[in-house]
Each structure stands twice: as C-alpha cells, then as structure tokens.
Design a binder for this molecule. Structure first.
Ligand SMILES: Cc1ncc(COP(=O)(O)O)c(C=O)c1O
Length: 494
C-alpha cells in the first residue's frame, strides 16, 4: 500500500478494547476526518481489506462502515479504481466541524410557526408533576392495584395476539372493548349508548381535543365552569374558541347566568357528577335547565365524567347524558382515576349522527388506538376484575377521605369549609376571608407539602381562596401529620 493510504488509515482509529462496535468506530472516524477537513474531496482511501490489515481487525466491520459511508454520500467508488472521498461534498458540509452542535434557534432565518400553536397555554417543561406525596390530586392508591392479574392478562395478549388485533384499524377502537364499556356505562352510569357510538381514546384530554375539532370553529363561544379544570380548556383555546366563564355554586354551573352572559354559545363543558375543583354535584333542576338550553339554542353539552365511580354516601349519580332525550350530550369517561392516569385510556359516547365526523377526525390524528391495553382491559372488565377493583377502591378511598375530614375538623374546628367530599379522590377546602391560597401554598412548599390552590382554576378574579386536597394516595396514618403541616402553613388567626 502507498504511504499516503497508510496515512489515511492512521487517521481513523479502530480499537477492539473500546465499548463502541468496530464498524461504528470506523464510520465515525472517517466522518470526523472528512468534516474536519483532514480528508479532502476526491482523495483515495484504503480498500476495506487494506484498512482491516492495517488495524489488525476483521474485514466485516470495515465493509459495514464503508457501505454506510457510501450510502450517506461521504465515499464514492470508481469502478476498477477503488474507493474515494466523494468529490462533490457540499462546501457547507465541509465547514461544519464534527463536534459542532446545531444552534438552538438554527442561527437565524425565518422560523415561522402557526398562529394556532400560540393559542395553547404555555407549559413549563420538567415541572414537578412527578411529585408523590400527601394531598396530590390525580394520584390513585396504586399499591392496591391488582398488578398480578394485570400482568397475566398482558402476557396472555402479548404472547399470541392473532391477526385480528395486529391489524384492527378501526378508528373507534376494538369492538370487544367498546361492547364491554357500553355494558358498564349502561348499568353503572345510566348512559344511553350502543357500542357503535363509543370511541376509545387516550384519556379525556384527547376526547376533549377531538370533540372541539368536530363541534367548534374558531370564534365560537363555549361556556366553561368558573372555576374549572384548566387542562381541559386548552383543547378549546387551541380551537380558537371564546371561553365564557360561568360561575359554579353548590348546584353546579349556574345556567341562568350563562344564558345572561352568552345565550347563543355553541357548547357547554361541564363536570356534573363531581365538579372540578369545587366538588359540587349538579342538581336535577340545573341539569334540566342545561338540557333545555342546549335543545332550544342548538348547542352541545360536553359532559366530563372523570371520577364518578367513587361515591361514598349514596349510589353513583346517573349521568347527564342519560337524561338527554335530544342527543345533545357528548359523554366523556376515563380510566385515569379508576385505574391509574398513565394508562391513557378513555372513551367518548358520541351522538349517533356525529359518529362519522368523529371517526374522520380521529383517523387524521393517530388512525386508531393501540391494541394491547384495549384487549387487556376488555378481559379485566369481562372477567369481573374491574368491578372488584372499583368496590375495593371505594372502601380504601372512603377510609382515607374519613381520615382527612376528621383531621381537618380536629385541626381547624370548622374554620375551613369542606366541599365535595361525597365523591371522587379529592375534596375542596375554602379559606376564611382575608387569606391568600397562593401565599399559603408557597409556605407549605417550603415545608415539603405540595398543594393545589383553588384560585389557579379561575379565569377571572377568584371568588374563593382555598385548596384541592387529594386523598387517593395518602395513607390514613399520614393524614394527621399532613393536615398539621397545612395548618402550620395557613397560620390561622383566632
Ligand atoms: C376534570 C377532569 N377531567 C379529566 C381528567 C382526566 O384526564 P385524562 O383522562 O386525560 O387523564 C381530570 C384529571 O385527571 C380531571 O380533573
């Protein structure tokens, strides 16, 4: 071999003792030498055999690396003459050093993004959502989840899935799963439905997003609860809707006020079973007013029924959808509370005449839901594990809720109003006049207690100050100490 080709070989290290595979070392070595200008366009390189001999390694990794460099345009072969550094490497490529990173903003130039993307609320990446601890909202008692049964069902459906599930591309979701959901909703939630009307989604959030895309245009007005579930609103903000905050009291959303504010709103988004965050249950008369309004104005009602499985003093409240005789309600449910949030499975019950529209939107979003959890959840429901789990969790949460209410009564002696404790996995406490929930939450955080303020859920000036206290993941024995910390942070005056 000529001296200059040996010089090329020496520029590229290939060391068997390193963790990096040899073919990768050769590829990266050549690429770095080209990008740094040590190897020039048109320059010959040793054949794979020569390179392997020079380095005392097998020829296979060298062949592998060479074919990659040819495929990516760094090398070219000339028939009968060998392999060369490509003669037409762009100038721009040559000026980039191997170590240089792309600039975060691309180094200038137009970088237009859609106006629509700026409608989404700003988010804080890596925020402390992973915090586990007393009073965290949306956290279940996951230590009671039947993981053994769950994993055996996962095994069952991953070992031999069969052609049907591998190629089930129905944007509505698996038929068996929709039948199981339908049976459950009819018997437990008095929902009027057929499996054809059920769409499986990745949690209520996707349900809200699809619903907004199907029903609403930019500029349409939507009644939303004041205070209300913030994240859910993002879907409507992104659709360019005008949100009309309608106050909530002990009977749920005040429909008369909504009509006064904007009678011809296109939709209302409500949590009638257990209002988030205040916890009220929408009264029968408000439900009738809401349904009448929707029918007379040709509007839609979006019912977010996120945690209705857990009711402690009475039987579960029937859904609003079940009272609707004009198919004006889009009913949304989720497995986030009843099982756990990261399962990302929920469903929409769609009025029959809108099913095709919803399916078309869904197809454009993600085609259809992933099969594994659908199959597993179907068996989980059909074989009775779901019902058993709900019954067990109702008991666990009932005890945790009792412990929380007792500790609050003991520590605060009636000075904090407790609301919405009859259902779900959280309750609301209202502060007396003159206290700021934001200041208190900041003090509590210094003491390692993370709590959700009520004021953050208002779009306008908060009419109430207080906290949403989750009890799902807080042990009964932890409750007195946690409430003690809350009391210390509040610094209640006599
Ligand atoms: C009012 C409300 N809706 C829906 C959800 C659940 O959303 P997802 O099903 O997307 O987890 C939550 C919180 O978990 C909620 O508080």
């Amino acid at each position: 071999m000529s001296y200059s080709l040996q010089g090329v070989s020496a520029l590229v290290a290939a060391d068997r003792r390193r963790d990096v595979p040899l073919h990768r070392q050769v590829y990266e070595g050549y690429r770095a030498a080209i990008l740094s200008g040590k190897l020039q366009p048109g320059q010959p390189v040793p054949s794979s055999r020569e390179f392997a001999v020079d380095h005392g390694i097998s020829r296979f990794p060298v062949l592998h690396a060479y074919s990659q460099l040819i495929a990516e345009g760094y090398f070219e072969t000339r028939p009968g003459a060998g392999t060369y550094i490509a003669s037409n490497l762009p100038e721009r490529l040559m000026s980039v050093s191997a170590e240089s990173q792309p600039e975060r903003n691309g180094g200038g130039g137009l970088r237009n993004v859609s106006r629509r993307s700026s409608l989404y609320p700003r988010i804080e990446l890596n925020r402390a959502s992973r915090i586990w601890g007393p009073f965290r909202v949306h956290q279940p008692a996951f230590e009671h989840f039947p993981f053994r049964i769950w994993s055996s069902l996962i095994n069952r459906h991953s070992r031999n899935p069969g052609a049907r599930v591998i190629h089930d591309i129905d944007p509505m979701g698996s038929r068996r799963f929709r039948e199981a959901i339908c049976d459950y909703l009819r018997s437990s939630r008095a929902v009027h439905c057929d499996p054809e009307q059920i769409m499986v989604v990745s949690g209520s959030q996707q349900a809200l997003d699809i619903t907004a895309r199907v029903l609403l245009d930019s500029g349409d007005s939507v009644w939303v609860e004041e205070p209300g579930y913030k994240l859910g609103l993002a879907a409507f903000e992104a659709a360019g809707c005008r949100l009309i905050p309608v106050p909530v009291d002990n009977d749920g959303m005040n429909i008369a006020v909504g009509i006064g504010l904007k009678e011809d709103a296109r939709a209302a988004l409500v949590t009638p079973s257990h209002q988030y965050p205040l916890g009220s249950t929408m009264s029968a008369s408000r439900r009738m007013q809401l349904l009448d309004w929707a029918q007379s104005c040709g509007s839609w009602i979006i019912e977010d029924d996120y945690d209705s499985e857990f009711r402690y003093e009475s039987r579960p409240i029937a859904s609003l959808q079940g009272m609707d005789t004009h198919a004006r309600v889009i009913y949304i449910g989720t497995f986030s509370k009843v099982l756990f949030p990261s399962i990302r499975v929920g469903y929409i019950v769609i009025p029959a005449d809108l099913v095709e529209r919803f399916a078309a939107v869904r197809l454009a979003m993600d085609i259809f839901p992933p099969y594994l959890h659908q199959e597993v959840l179907t068996d989980f429901m059909v074989e009775g594990h779901f019902g058993a789990h709900v019954r067990k969790m109702r008991q666990v949460y009932k005890e945790r809720r009792r412990a929380l209410v007792d500790s609050i009564d003991k520590e605060f002696k009636g000075k904090l109003g407790i609301h919405g404790a009859e259902a779900g996995m959280h309750l609301a406490v209202k502060l007396p006049e003159g206290y700021s929930d934001t200041e208190i939450a900041a003090r509590a955080a210094e003491d390692g207690l993370s709590i959700y303020t009520i004021s953050q859920y208002y779009r306008g000036t908060p009419a109430l100050q207080g906290f949403v206290l989750g009890f799902g993941s807080t042990y009964v024995e932890e409750m007195p100490a946690a409430v003690g910390k809350l009391r210390a942070a509040i610094r209640l005056r006599d």
